[in-house]
Design a protein around this ligand. Structure first.
Ligand code: B4P
Length: 202
């Protein structure tokens, strides 16, 4: 199906580090034939390529701090909401602050590409830490060390959690239990999304 006849879908994945945003976002993008955009992956590519943005972002990422909003917005907004961009997408890891969300919303309204739903993956602290430490051992990702993981979770709680109220206020929020096997979590998300999209008459 080409881009003009296929139903558009625009989703956002929220959740603490380790909750499964990247894992589930990849699967949802495949299922709904949408582009998967992970700001974490985009930033890691910039770091690997040694671009100016990568050099600016790396110290923040290594510490487990959020990268400053202006750098993120410059990287994401035109790429995702520019006139040439894919109209269906699953955003994973963006926005992470209310300021990022508001700036994205202003541009999305202008181009008629607002979101259909926001999926928030809920997972207990201990399980978040266990998953990230396991990935750190297996893949050696620089920010999956014990101390950095704890700091990333703190950053999430102080700067990203307020987004839940923001999206609930826009009646977009779907909270999904992220415990259990990857397939089980996908099934829960797809069921919740199907209900939401049919209620919205899509
Ligand atoms: P991200 O790459 O987004 O890292 P993350 O929050 O840890 O999520 P990720 O998607 O990797 O992990 P997932 O939960 O899928 O960000 C990295 C850094 O980039 C940030 O700290 C920040 O510095 C910067 N950044 C990115 N976006 C930004 C923004 N918008 N603003 C500012 N800064 C930004 O998976 C974790 C592990 O769990 C995996 O190993 C996976 O295999 C496993 N897993 C998943 N589901 C599972 C399940 N059901 N059971 C068992 N294991 C599971």
């Amino acid at each position: 199906m080409d881009q003009t006849s296929r139903p558009q879908i625009r989703l956002l994945m929220l959740g603490a580090p380790g909750s499964g945003k990247g894992t589930q976002g990849t699967r949802l993008a495949e299922l709904y034939d949408a582009r998967h955009v992970s700001t974490g992956d985009l930033l890691r590519n910039q770091v690997t390529q040694g671009t100016e943005l990568g050099q600016l972002a790396q110290p923040y990422m290594d510490r487990g701090d959020l990268v400053p909003d202006d750098l993120i917005l410059a990287m994401v907004l035109d790429d995702v909401l520019g006139s040439e961009s894919e109209p269906s997408f699953v955003l994973d890891g963006f926005p992470r602050t209310v300021n990022q969300a508001q700036r994205a919303y202003e541009q999305a309204i202008e181009v008629g590409r607002t979101l259909h739903a926001v999926v928030c993956l809920d997972l207990e602290h201990d399980e978040l830490i266990a998953r990230l430490e396991k990935r750190g051992e297996e893949s050696g990702r620089a920010d999956d060390t014990a101390a950095t993981v704890l700091h990333r979770i703190e950053e999430y709680e102080s700067k990203t959690l307020p987004l839940l109220g923001y999206y609930d206020g826009r009646d977009l929020l779907l909270r999904v239990d992220a415990t259990g096997e990857v397939d089980e979590v996908t099934e829960r998300i797809v069921t919740a999304l199907a209900r939401r999209l049919s209620e919205a008459g899509r």
